[in-house]
Write a protein that binds this ligand. Structure first.
Ligand code: SAM
Length: 246
């Protein structure tokens, strides 16, 4: 059927592709890929030869018009990223918004995403969580990012590049408190998968000693219940938690 298919692919383990993803990728008119060489390997592995077009952060805008035109003509277009779920810190959100605005069908084909994989294995509360994207690369922006989340009661989920992990852990410990529990979900679904758990201070120590290697999701336990209300009251009493985004 025509439409824009937002197709999740594995985040490390090829067995995590779904049967439906394979069928959609096989039968699509074309596949939009963040990196065509990377996705070509995946498709070849599964014996799929659907044409690939590049769609990444630098040509996203410019390709949008062309893709929308094809969708209007009834094409079935599959969107994939290098790993995990497109539009989650990967290209695709603007294209989906544009397609949706025109009333064109958008069909999610769910599968792996590091956010949920890390969350469910973290051991931290899952009832409420806040996906915060990547920790900011610059120290001042990152400290502000953490400060704005200090009274957030939901479990916090961040993507962290290995290159900024140590600084991010140091800032998180300083701003959110050294004793907060956290989990570093490292190399999920891969050979060296690890769920490291401890406090933020312990995490900073541990990963400074051994060096930050691999891909990481950082999960931090939320503030104690009542923190948001207390902070709201202290700030002069608007609706407690009014500005929270969960
Ligand atoms: N769209 C992807 C998703 O749904 O998971 C995320 C893409 S984002 C550009 C890449 C970041 O996701 C990495 O820097 C890391 O923080 C996280 N990530 C991706 N794969 C991972 C894995 N196998 N283990 C741990 N973290 C991973």
């Amino acid at each position: 059927a025509p439409g824009l298919y937002v197709v999740s692919t594995p985040i490390g383990n090829l067995e995590d592709i779904t049967l439906r993803a394979l069928r959609v990728l096989r039968s699509a008119t074309l596949v939009l890929a963040e990196d065509t060489r990377h996705t070509r390997q995946l498709l070849t592995h599964f014996g799929i030869s659907t044409p690939l077009h590049s769609f990444h952060q630098h040509n996203e805008r410019q390709k949008e018009g062309l893709v929308l035109r094809q969708l209007r003509q009834g094409a079935a277009i599959a969107l994939v990223s290098d790993a995990g779920t497109p539009a989650i810190n990967d290209p695709g959100a603007d294209l989906v918004a544009a397609a949706a605005a025109e009333g064109l069908p958008v069909i999610p084909v769910p599968g792996a995403s590091a956010v949920l994989a890390g969350l469910v294995a973290s051991g931290l509360p899952t009832r409420q969580f806040l996906y915060c994207g990547f920790t900011a690369p610059k120290a001042s922006a990152r400290q502000k990012q953490f400060a704005a989340l200090a009274t957030q009661e939901a479990t916090l989920v961040f993507y962290v590049s290995p290159h900024s992990l140590l600084a991010a852990l140091g800032d998180a410990a300083a701003v959110l408190g050294p004793g907060r529990r956290c989990c570093l979900a490292r190399e999920l679904t891969k050979r060296h998968e690890e769920l490291w758990r401890g406090t933020l201070q312990e995490a900073a120590q541990e990963f400074t000693e051994r060096g930050p290697r691999g891909e990481f999701v950082l999960l931090v336990e939320g503030a104690p219940a009542g923190s948001a209300a207390a902070a709201g009251a202290a700030a002069g009493g608007g609706e407690a938690g009014e500005a929270e985004i969960v």
